[in-house]
Structures are given as structure tokens and as C-alpha cells.
Design a protein around this ligand. Structure first.
Ligand code: HEM
Length: 375
């Protein structure tokens, strides 16, 4: 922040970037000036970035969509999932207990949210290898082999991969929708089909876009929150000890992980009118990225920001964003992570990261987390 100033222009990506807490908050809050209906990243197919799901619409459409999907995503519905989440957690840990070691990501934090979302949506959790493949494709984390030297060429390649991924994903969910129309079940897809607001129900494309969003927005992020939490605790053994002794502190420790190692790094918007931020003139239509990860380290908001401190109060981190697009899945992510960490710490007194290899992280501009975490 000090090196680049509070606002900078990214020549290569052709977008503005803001870093400070207040600026990121403003970007996320003022939806009239900063629209979500379009992506700052040129490589994405327009279908993914404009007017399809809650994430990529502005009011009034956003309000309608959000009320529709919230009907199927109520706090009560989420809370009622706790026993099942605990059961899945214990099953996953049973499978690794005898080996005495595991990769937290592959064996635990990846399958847990995928199974939960698959069960919520009412699709077979055996399909999770396909879910993983689609999720990976969508966050552009697996494209290290593609050269970025030629931006045009890179964008074209990514667009092709995305297109293919969306086609596969939509075909898959189209079948699920067709089955649920004939035989509704007690699941999210049936609830989405039934949800109505002002006499309007979600059109098929809207449900497909939302299901894909859940798969992508809800899985890798939660996997990373659990992985990032264990990394933080491993770096701070005194915190690990404290949480073993007082598991009731786990929820506030999770909030500090969301600040210190946020799984989602940024939010993207574009300007609907000319606007000036710290003397920088941004024109209508230009894109702006707000770095959540940087705002979370703004010393004006978080004293001694480099310190991992589970006692921070208040802790108004931006890990789940802010404003009308505040993460719809936050209660679910918090619940899953709390249950996962509580059971893990309860069952294993000593959890040590294998130090033979350096931590390899996911390479993506959107998300942050370890690719593997052997313990
Ligand atoms: C929105 C982060 C888990 C569903 C967001 C946003 C962030 C975020 C930063 C705001 C995007 C913006 O303003 O442009 C996270 C993190 C998670 C997580 C860090 C886990 C630790 C989940 C889960 C679900 C979910 C589990 C669903 C099952 C959504 C949806 C939106 C959203 C639907 C769009 C809301 C709207 O635009 O109104 N998330 N998320 N997220 N998230 Fe999450």
C-alpha cells in the first residue's frame, strides 16, 4: 500500500485496484456507482459475468434473485445441517485415523464441503470428482501450463476452457432439474424450482447459473478456509494449544483466519459513472478490483495487522465481502469450518505439519490456500 499508494492502475490487466479498508468497503457498498454486472477479467465468457446470478447482477434484479435463493438457503435450514456435517466430518477422519497422517486438503477439507453441497443440492456425492474438475477449471487455478506472454492468446484459451466447463456443468444440472420437476425432493434444487417472488419463479438459466455458482463459490473457498486455519494454527502453536483447551474460542479464531488468510482475495466491479478515488479519475465502464486481502491488513482498521490475534474485537474483516453481495453462504461456511476444526482438535491432540516440503499454494488471483497440507 505504501509503495503503490491507495489506488493504482494495472496496465497489463487494464483495471484499477484499490487497497485500503475504507475504499474497498465503499467499492462493495456503493452498488449504484460500482456495478457487479460485468467482470473486470476479460478472459471470462460474458455469460458467466453478466446478469445471470446474484453475484453478477445489480438491483433491482439482484434483490429479486437474492430473495428467491435465500428462501432455499435460510439460517434455519443451515443450522439443521449441523448433525449431518459432524457425521461426514467423523467419517472422513475415521478413514485417515489408522494411517496416522493425512493430507488435510485431499482427505478432509476438500471432500467435506463438496459432500455437503452435493447433499444440499440433492445430487450424488459420488460425482464429486467431476465437481472438483469443474471448480478447478472455473477459478483458473490449474492453468499454469498456459503462457501468459500473449494476453490475447491466453484469454482466448481460458475462454475456450470456461465455455467447455460451463457446457458440461449446465448439461449435468439440466438433467437434475428435469428429474426434480417430475419428482420433487426435499433438496435445494427442488426448493429453487418451487421458490417464487411476486409470482415469478427462477427461469431455468437462473437456476443453472446459481447451482454452478454454489459449486464454485462454496467449495474451494471453504476448503481453503479450513486449510488456511490449520496453517495459521500450525504457525502459532500457542493458539493451537489454546483452542485445544478452550474449543469455544474456535469461532473467533475462524474470524481471524478470514482476516489474516482470506480464502477469497478480491471483489470486482465496474464504474457506472465517472468517479474520482484519491485523485485518480476513473471513467465510466472501467473496472476496479478491491483487494479484500489488503483491506484486512489496513492498520487504520486493524492495529498491528501482521499479528495473528484471535482476540481481536471488533474484527470487521472483509473476508466475506460487504454490502448487498455479502456472501450468502457465510453461515454455512462458518458452521462447516467450526464443526470441522472442533472435531479435528477433539480427536487429535497433536497435529503437526510435515515440514519436508515447502507449502505449495494454489495459483490464482481470486483465491488463496494451500494446495496440499500433509500433517
Ligand atoms: C459472495 C467469500 C463460502 C455462496 C461472496 C463474496 C465473497 C465470498 C467475498 C462477495 C463477492 C462480491 O461482493 O462480489 C466466501 C468465502 C467463503 C464462501 C471466503 C468460505 C470461506 C460460500 C459458500 C456458499 C457461498 C459455502 C454457498 C454454498 C456465495 C454466493 C455469493 C457469495 C451465492 C453471492 C452473493 C450475492 O451476490 O448476493 N462469497 N464465500 N459462499 N458467496 Fe461466498
Amino acid at each position: 500500500r505504501t509503495e503503490f499508494g491507495p489506488v493504482s492502475y494495472n496496465e497489463r490487466g487494464k483495471f484499477w485496484e484499490v487497497f485500503g479498508y475504507d475504499d474497498v468497503l465503499e467499492l462493495a457498498s456503493d452498488y449504484e456507482t460500482f456495478s457487479s454486472d460485468g467482470s473486470p477479467f476479460a478472459e471470462y465468457p460474458e455469460e458467466m459475468t453478466k446478469g445471470q446470478s446474484v453475484l453478477t447482477t445489480d438491483p433491482p434484479r439482484h434483490r429479486q434473485l437474492r430473495s428467491l435463493v435465500s428462501q432455499a438457503f435460510t439460517p434455519r435450514a443451515i443450522a439443521s445441517m449441523a448433525p449431518r456435517i459432524a457425521e461426514i466430518t467423523n467419517d472422513l477422519l475415521d478413514q485417515v485415523t489408522r494411517q496416522g497422517k493425512m493430507d488435510v486438503i485431499a482427505d478432509f477439507s476438500y471432500p467435506l464441503p463438496v459432500i455437503v453441497i452435493a447433499e444440499m443440492l440433492g445430487v450424488p456425492s459420488e460425482d464429486r470428482a467431476r465437481f472438483k474438475h469443474w471448480s478447478d477449471q472455473m477459478v483458473v487455478s490449474e492453468y499454469e501450463d498456459l503462457s501468459r506472454d500473449n494476453v490475447e492468446e491466453y484469454n482466448k484459451r481460458v475462454r475456450t476452457i470456461m465455455r467447455q466447463t460451463l457446457d458440461e456443468l449446465y448439461d449435468y444440472f439440466r438433467q437434475v432439474l428435469a428429474e426434480r420437476r417430475l419428482r420433487p425432493q426435499h433438496d435445494l434444487v427442488s426448493a429453487l424450482l418451487a421458490a417464487q417472488i411476486e409470482g415469478e419463479s427462477l427461469f431455468e438459466q437462473g437456476i443453472l447459473a446459481f447451482c454452478s455458482l454454489l459449486l464454485v463459490a462454496g467449495n474451494i473457498t471453504t476448503t481453503n478456509l479450513i486449510g488456511n486455519a490449520l496453517l495459521c494454527f500450525d504457525e502459532h502453536p500457542e493458539v493451537m494449544e489454546q483452542l485445544h483447551a478452550r474449543p469455544e474460542l474456535i469461532p473467533q479464531a475462524i474470524e481471524e483466519v478470514l482476516r489474516y488468510r482470506p480464502p477469497a482475495l478480491l471483489v470486482g466491479r465496474y464504474a457506472t459513472r465517472p468517479v474520482e478515488i484519491h485523485g485518480c479519475k476513473i471513467s465510466t465502464g472501467e473496472s476496479i478490483i478491491g483487494w479484500l486481502a489488503s483491506a484486512n491488513f489496513d492498520p487504520a482498521q486493524f492495529p498491528d495487522p501482521q499479528r495473528f490475534d484471535i482476540g481481536r474485537a471488533p474484527n470487521r474483516h472483509l473476508g466475506f465481502g460487504h454490502g448487498i453481495h455479502f456472501c450468502l453462504g457465510a453461515p454455512l461456511a462458518r458452521l462447516e469450518t467450526k464443526i470441522a476444526l472442533s472435531i479435528l482438535l477433539e480427536r487429535f491432540e497433536h497435529i503437526r505439519r510435515e515440514r519436508l516440503q515447502p507449502i505449495e499454494t494454489i495459483r490464482s488471483v481470486f483465491i488463496m490456500g494451500p494446495r496440499h497440507l500433509p500433517v
